[in-house]
Design a protein around this ligand. Structure first.
Ligand SMILES: *Cc1c(COP(=O)(O)O)cnc(C)c1O
Length: 391
């Protein structure tokens, strides 16, 4: 069984596991919506908390779901974790449960998160202030006026900007504010925000945690008193992760460390090679010394992740020509799977912004985002180089 003293990879495999009477070496799938009791008294003992037990899957009391939650909590060194039906379910429950005094959003965030904060939550009288990630003076002025929830992503999408987690958290805590971090791009292999002072860590499990582009899910890890209000939102908004997805997620987490370490190594190798190419204007990868967040990333991350962005030096359409010439990389949204994916932020995640707004954020029509998979690194390098030659 997993204990606090075990290493990360051991916990990926064993934390939270439930053994059954048949001796299965992993937690079985409990694909059931409800659980029966031998008497009314037995049922009341569970409902009223005198005995432990399972009651109704949407409430979160399902062995497949609770087992993967225990695993996720151990990987983030958290008191507990909640599993959600998607990353956006986890994010919306966090903002609804902890954003009652307003939210301060630092830097770039995922498109769905931005839409929720800027368009939907205001309709519920929940307001978000958007600020640059490095504007600590502005942040302090705002915190002096209101004790809000601070929300940020690091590394961010698509340019892999790095926020200094411990600096932001110590400033926030001086003003009694809490900090929630979307750590999807980093994974707990590379970064554990709670150990750096954050109050809440969020993942889209659809990405690296699931890792095979075959499940949609989300996670929040935090202290139990932070999780409790989110558990109620999850229950009544019906945001629970389905048991079969929870089972699949636990299976995927068993290999999380080896997958991400390999993705770190391949991405660093490819970022270094791309940086030397004459048709590549700039490579954004936190593992490169040229990246503006490199020093902070070295302090707070154990690896730099599997995401790379770059801009092509060429006329309009150059990036599209390169992408359409690739043979191994697939043109697709999402990231973090075993297969390498490629996208153009200006045409996908950031298409709703005006060209000027994109430009001001460093995203051009020739920007490309790569999600590095687990294929043979030389094959990926060869594919990128042959496609660059077709520009
Ligand atoms: C994909 C993603 C989300 C949303 O996750 P879903 O599982 O698609 O709901 C949130 N944050 C980041 C950083 C993401 O990449």
């Amino acid at each position: 069984m997993a204990t606090k003293n075990n290493g990360f990879a051991t916990n990926c495999i064993h934390a939270g596991e439930i053994t059954d009477q048949f001796g299965a070496p992993h937690t079985p799938l409990y694909d059931t919506t409800t659980f029966r009791f031998s008497s009314t008294a037995d049922m009341l003992n569970v409902i009223e908390g005198r005995n432990s037990g399972y009651f109704y899957t949407r409430y979160g009391t399902n062995p497949s779901v609770m087992s993967v939650e225990a695993k996720l909590a151990s990987l983030e060194r958290a008191e507990g974790a909640l599993a959600f039906a998607s990353g956006m379910a986890a994010i919306s429950a966090t903002l609804l449960a902890h954003g009652e005094h307003g939210v301060i959003c630092l830097g770039e965030v995922y498109g769905g998160t931005w839409e929720l904060m800027s368009r939907q939550l205001p309709a519920l009288n929940r307001h978000t202030s958007f600020m640059a990630v490095n504007d600590l003076h502005g942040l302090e002025r705002l915190l002096a006026k209101q004790s809000s929830l601070i929300y940020l992503e690091t590394p961010s999408n698509p340019l892999l900007e790095i926020a200094d987690i411990s600096q932001i958290c110590s400033l926030a805590h001086r003003y009694g504010a809490k900090v929630a971090i979307d750590s999807t791009f980093a994974t707990p292999v590379n970064q554990q925000p709670l150990s750096l002072g954050a109050d809440i860590v969020i993942h889209s499990a659809t990405k690296y945690l699931g890792g095979h582009s075959d499940l949609t899910g989300g996670v929040v890890a935090a202290a139990d008193n932070m999780l409790e209000p989110m558990r109620i939102w999850r229950k009544n908004l019906g945001q629970i992760l389905a048991p079969d997805s929870a089972h699949l997620l636990a299976r995927s987490l068993a290999t999380l460390e080896v997958r991400v370490q390999r993705q770190n190594a391949t991405a660093l190798h490819l970022a270094t090679a791309l940086q030397k190419h004459p048709l590549v204007k700039q490579v954004y990868y936190p593992g490169l010394e040229s990246h503006c967040g490199h020093e902070i990333a070295k302090r707070q991350m154990r690896g730099f992740g599997g995401m790379i962005s770059l801009t092509i030096d060429g006329e309009a359409g150059a990036a599209t020509r390169m992408i359409d010439s690739l043979q191994l990389f697939s043109i697709a949204a999402s990231l973090g799977g075993v297969e390498s994916l490629i996208s153009q932020p200006a045409l996908t995640s950031h298409r709703d912004l005006s060209a000027e707004m994109r430009e001001s954020r460093g995203i051009t029509d020739n920007s490309i985002r790569l999600s590095i998979g687990l294929e043979t690194p030389e094959d990926l390098e060869h594919d990128l180089m042959q496609a660059l030659a077709k520009i």
